[in-house]
Design a binder for this molecule. Structure first.
Ligand code: SAM
Length: 181
């Protein structure tokens, strides 16, 4: 069912970040309940996590309370470079916080602004994974806009992959971006 499928998608997104060569600095750009931050905290030397909702910050801090290498910030993700100058990996889990205010969702223009900063801050090579949710109206528009941007990234520096269930309409899917200088 949907929950099994969601579990599968979020697990694949995390596993894609296991393949990053230099596991020094990771950023969770939308930490929500903190599941990805928690995962990354066990894999990377330092993890920076961002969310614009206090509830999400509280949940993530609680989830990661025993991890000394996780830094959680109540701030919009396009300001991530105020907290870390470099990164090797990042994850964007778009949409809204599960079981919370559905009107507080990520925004395609902000995500694209942040991604453009990420390429400037990325160490020699790195990977960014995005989970997109076309199953609701604003999510669909956001997914189209973000995917359109990703498809224009220059192949000299980027490999952009899409992981999608092709027998399920409007299912969440993954875009995985590998960057190298
Ligand atoms: N990865 C999370 C988890 O494991 O529980 C789920 C993330 S949830 C789908 C998306 C989150 O993005 C929400 O908690 C929302 O508050 C947050 N968000 C929306 N706009 C944001 C922004 N500009 N900067 C940072 N977080 C944002």
């Amino acid at each position: 069912d949907y929950n099994d499928y969601m579990k599968k998608i979020t697990t694949i997104a995390q596993e894609l970040l296991l393949e990053v060569n230099h596991k020094d600095i990771a950023v969770d750009f939308t930490c929500g309940n903190g599941n990805d931050t928690f995962f990354l905290g066990h894999q990377f030397k330092e993890v920076y996590a961002f969310d614009i909702q206090q509830q999400a910050i509280d949940n993530t801090e609680n989830m990661c309370r025993y991890l000394k290498n996780v830094y959680v910030h109540l701030d919009s993700h396009e300001h991530f470079d105020k907290y870390t100058r470099r990164l090797d990996a990042g994850i964007f889990n778009l949409g809204y916080l599960p079981q919370s205010d559905e009107t507080v969702t990520t925004n395609a223009d902000t995500v694209i602004t942040t991604l453009n900063k990420v390429w400037e801050r990325m160490n020699y090579e790195g990977r960014v994974v995005l989970v997109l949710y076309p199953g609701f109206e604003t999510g669909k528009r956001e997914a189209m806009k973000v995917e359109e941007y990703c498809s224009t990234l220059a192949s000299k520096h980027f490999d952009v992959m899409k992981h999608q269930l092709i027998n399920r309409k409007d299912a969440p899917y993954i875009i995985c971006i590998d960057y190298h200088r």
